[in-house]
Design a binder for this molecule. Structure first.
Ligand code: HEC
Length: 317
């Protein structure tokens, strides 16, 4: 045998060895924990999210990490850690000066969503957030292969739960140039969300959602279209983001119609971010240039994703 052939044979048998070893080793098994630390950490996390307390995130991350180290098989703790880290980086405009190490939170989010998905593969919400964190780390570290992985992970997640993941997949892409094919894809996914939620094709020129309000539900996959305990203003936040995307694309007249759908929500009056939306309706036309610039402006002059309130718009009570 030539030296090269020997080398190839050795490599092949080594990788075959690795495959066999991996296949015969059991994967992590899920085990829900019920201890006091888990209860405290979970309660504190939900309280922070529902009250919009970004400043309390370090404490939440501290508690959740302690709880997960003690219960490393708990899928919920892994998921909450993923959400906590991705919240930290998404609303980073609220930091006093953004350090380069803020990107560590995306690495950690990806790690914990990977753990969460391994422990609970049937939760398509986690599949979606795993895809987002893969796409984002790929982008941050200029790793195109990782971005492709993220994109296909998102396609898989959309297939599992369209009403939830069309939005989730498209949301981080709102940062991209309005002319880029991915931005256009992301906007098409928001229309797809409306169609899935309405159960019919929503009129692209006059997208009035009033006829579909009777479909509101708290159960099944369609619940992702409406408000709930988990996301008390999901409905309003969804339309704020979609309106922002249309403004960024230059289509401010349709954006105004989309924004106005948020007012159909039963608890619109108690939504902490309604003034932000009303200003967007008022200034839709002039916001076209601001939203396209993607510069550091006040929250009213940047797209929702970059506003510093990109999570709590939907989750704050
Ligand atoms: C457009 C509104 C919207 C935005 C923006 C949004 N979410 Fe959500 N979120 C939802 C909806 C809807 C659900 C699913 C509710 C359900 O399962 O009934 C959800 C689910 C969740 C959950 C619950 C997961 C579980 O295990 O129960 C967490 C935590 C969460 N989101 C955190 C975040 C974070 C962090 C961000 C910012 C990166 C964010 N969300 C952005 C609407 C939103």
């Amino acid at each position: 045998m030539t030296r090269i052939a020997l080398l190839i044979a050795m490599t092949l048998s080594l990788s075959a060895c690795e495959q066999v070893a991996l296949m015969t080793t059991a994967p992590k098994k899920p085990a829900i924990s019920k201890g006091q630390l888990t209860k405290t950490a979970t309660h504190q996390f939900w309280q922070s999210l529902h009250q919009g307390h970004y400043q309390r995130l370090p404490q939440s991350i501290h508690l959740l990490t302690a709880a997960y180290l003690k219960n490393p098989n708990d899928p919920n703790l892994a998921a909450y850690l993923g959400f906590a880290h991705i919240w930290k980086i998404t609303e980073r405009q609220r930091e006093q000066g953004i350090p380069p190490t803020i990107t560590d939170h995306m690495i950690l989010a990806k790690f914990y969503f990977n753990q969460a998905v391994a422990l609970n593969p049937s939760d398509a919400r986690l599949q979606g957030f795993l895809g987002v964190s893969e796409l984002a780390t790929g982008k941050i570290f200029a790793d195109e292969r990782e971005q492709v992985r993220g994109y296909f992970q998102l396609k898989y997640a959309i297939h599992q739960w369209p009403a939830f993941n069309y939005f989730t997949a498209g949301y981080p892409m709102t940062m991209l140039d309005a002319q880029s094919p991915y931005f256009k894809q992301a906007l098409a996914w928001q229309w797809d969300t409306l169609d899935v939620c309405a159960g019919t094709t929503v009129n692209r020129n006059n997208p009035d959602f009033a006829p579909y309000m009777k479909l509101e539900t708290q159960t099944g996959k369609a619940r992702a279209c409406w408000n709930s305990w988990i996301a008390p203003h999901n409905f309003e936040g969804f339309f704020m983001n979609m309106g922002d995307m249309l403004v960024k694309q230059g289509n401010w007249p349709t954006a105004i119609k989309i924004y106005k759908n948020a007012r159909l929500s039963k608890n619109y009056q108690s939504w902490p971010y309604r003034h932000m939306l009303e200003k967007r309706i008022q200034h839709a036309r002039e916001n076209v240039k601001y939203f396209q610039e993607n510069n550091q402006h006040a929250a009213d002059k940047v797209i929702m994703f970059n506003s510093g309130y990109g999570c709590v718009v939907c989750h704050q009570q």
